[in-house]
Design a protein around this ligand. Structure first.
Ligand code: MG
Length: 235
């Protein structure tokens, strides 16, 4: 009898719900089939500078290279909650220290900076190191690879929820894997990174890549590739 109840209840569970939608997974240099591809190795056409001019960063050998001095670039498209994938490689800048070494950033919604930095044997303040939510959350561990090696950020970002008056009722959250290692575990993001384009946390925003100016260094040739976003339904 007990077995019969088990079989009947399992059958009921097995019949519930629609089939999951099929997505062909990505891989090295390739996005999942349902992703919004923001850089596929060929064109920077999805990106502009803040003043709207076409991105002046260089596309070389399938890689998007920051051209220091041209300014940050941001996507033409805007996003709310999303899965975000970025690959990057910091240059070898042995003479530079701390924040001057391989600094860039991936800004979610144009306002929350996930720090990009060469944090391999390069100490700096914890909440300004690689994979920090800059100024707010240090990473749980330092999973950085040495400069000139490819690294990955995989993010699950949930946008802030707001009431009708534009007041935040639930803050934005971020989970981040750095090179496959959990470094941000569903942290609340409660304020914009200083210097970001200030907009209400309720609005969608672009992905922004930082051209970081530092008086000690002339050029920071940050390299990016395989950038894609999967918008999450609901927000
Ligand atoms: Mg930065």
């Amino acid at each position: 009898m007990r077995y019969l109840i088990f079989v009947v209840s399992m059958a009921a569970l097995a019949q519930s719900g629609p089939q999951p939608r099929v997505v062909t997974p990505g891989g090295e240099g390739k996005a999942p089939s349902d992703a919004v591809v923001l850089f596929d190795g060929k064109s920077s056409g999805e990106w502009v500078h803040k003043d709207g001019r076409a991105a002046e960063w260089m596309v070389r050998d399938g890689v998007l290279v920051c051209k220091s001095g041209t300014g940050d670039i941001l996507t033409k498209k805007t996003f709310g909650s999303a899965q975000i994938h970025v690959e990057f490689s910091t240059p070898l800048m042995a003479q530079a220290k701390s924040q001057a070494r391989g600094n860039s950033g991936v800004y979610i919604q144009g306002r929350y900076e996930v720090q990009v930095l060469d944090s391999y044997e390069n100490p700096t303040y914890a909440n300004g190191s690689a994979a920090a939510v800059y100024g707010q959350h240090a990473p749980l561990v330092n999973a950085s690879r040495p400069p000139e090696q490819w690294q990955t950020y995989d993010m699950v970002f949930h946008a802030a929820e707001c009431d009708g008056a534009g007041k935040v009722t639930t803050p934005a959250t971020l989970t981040l894997l750095h090179n496959g290692v959990l470094v941000q575990d569903h942290v609340n993001i409660t304020k914009n990174t200083p210097g970001s384009e200030v907009k209400t946390a309720c609005d969608p925003g672009p992905i922004l890549l930082q051209d970081h100016f530092h008086p000690e260094v002339k050029d920071t040739l940050l390299r990016f590739r395989n950038i894609w976003v999967r918008p999450l339904s609901g927000k």
